[in-house]
Write a protein that binds this ligand. Structure first.
Ligand code: SAM
Length: 334
């Protein structure tokens, strides 16, 4: 399959129209969460199997897996070209050509990716481990011009994949009052959305709302904030990010396909950072439990106090694991 990673390398190299910054290791840093817990739940027989890391980010999980199991092979995806570019420049050379392949791709196109790009692989090998570590990476959050952070002045962007044209600005400046209320209510789980949405609609009539700070300040003005507890814009920004990147729908549609495609006794690990995502994972695992495998984490796994102290961004992380036990033909006939 090396032709594929080469093709990707070329695509990445040739993407001259996209300004790709040179990231140094120090600025492109993301502390991976729940690493020990994930490794401890790998099947005891796992040594030289195949791993799909659907959310490469800064490669924390991929690196930990390859260091722990030097004879396994990892195919890692990220929908953010910066992450893949950075991985090719900084991580790839630490491992052999066969051990790690990096692909600029979105796991929301799971069937397409597997059927069209890995048909032979899926028939002859297949994945033993699939990792999905949802949310944004620290570099995405820390780079003001990505528009994910309400603490930093940046454009209202929030696209993980910058080839996409739809941005947070389209939602804020073009959606109707009703659409905005529904979005913040259902994706942000905010119950009194009216004051902010009304103020926003009034403001954008004067001139478009262009930056993260403009939006965050408007929310603070309406909701108040004593600089204690969560920033009042947190849930609004979360709702926007989830919608811009189609995160919940993509997860619901593709997680069942991942489970189906695992090898027997293969496991899928999902790390979520908020209740809507965790509910989706829990419900899918519950639905499949005892049909084609086992939900191994009926009691969800969360980081230790030490991990949260070391890495406060881990505080809301939740890990769920599902093990595939029977093959698809068998499950279809029962
Ligand atoms: C929390 S970070 C992953 C961090 C990574 N596990 C590490 O240890 O460095 C999430 C990453 O997943 C990527 N991502 C989110 N949704 C994705 C999708 N649908 N397909 C591919 N990558 C995705 C984001 O661009 C981001 O880089």
């Amino acid at each position: 399959m090396s032709f594929y990673s080469l093709e990707i390398k070329d695509r990445v190299r040739n993407a001259a129209h996209i300004m790709v910054k040179k990231f140094s290791e120090s600025v492109f840093r993301h502390e991976p969460v729940l690493v020990e817990e994930i490794l401890s739940l790998f099947p005891s027989s796992f040594q030289n199997g195949w791993v799909l890391d659907c959310t490469f980010g800064a490669g924390g999980h991929t690196k930990a897996i390859l260091n722990h199991y030097p004879s396994c092979s990892v195919i890692a995806l990220d929908r953010d070209l910066y992450s893949i570019k950075w991985g090719l420049e900084n991580i790839k050379s630490h491992f052999s050509e066969q051990s790690l392949r990096l692909i600029h791709a979105n796991f929301h196109q799971y069937s397409d990716l597997m059927e069209h790009h890995f048909p032979l692989f899926m028939k002859t090998k297949g994945f033993d481990i699939i990792i999905v570590d949802l949310g944004v990476s620290s570099p995405q959050l820390d780079e003001a011009d990505r528009g994910f952070s309400f603490y930093k002045e940046g454009p209202l962007d929030m696209r993980m994949d910058r080839r996409q044209s739809f941005t947070a600005s389209d939602i804020i400046n073009q959606w109707s009052e009703k659409q905005l209320m529904d979005l913040f209510y259902s994706y942000g789980e905010i119950y009194n959305v009216k004051p902010v949405v009304k103020a926003l609609v009034k403001e954008r009539k004067k001139s478009p709302i262009k930056t993260t700070k403009q939006l965050a300040d408007l929310i603070i003005k309406k909701r108040g904030w004593r600089k204690k507890g969560a920033h009042p814009a947190t849930s609004y920004f979360l709702a926007l990010r989830l919608k811009v990147n189609n995160e919940l729908e993509g997860l619901s549609e593709n997680l069942p396909k991942m489970i189906q495609s695992l090898n027997i006794f293969g496991r899928v690990f999902v790390v979520t950072f908020h209740s809507l995502e965790d509910r989706i994972v829990k419900n899918i695992f519950r639905k499949e439990d005892k049909k084609i495998g086992n939900h191994l984490t009926k009691k969800v796994i969360t980081p230790t106090r030490e991990e949260i102290k070391r890495n406060p961004r881990a505080r809301s992380a939740k890990l769920r694991v599902f093990e595939k036990e029977v093959n698809n033909e068998l499950s279809a006939s029962t």
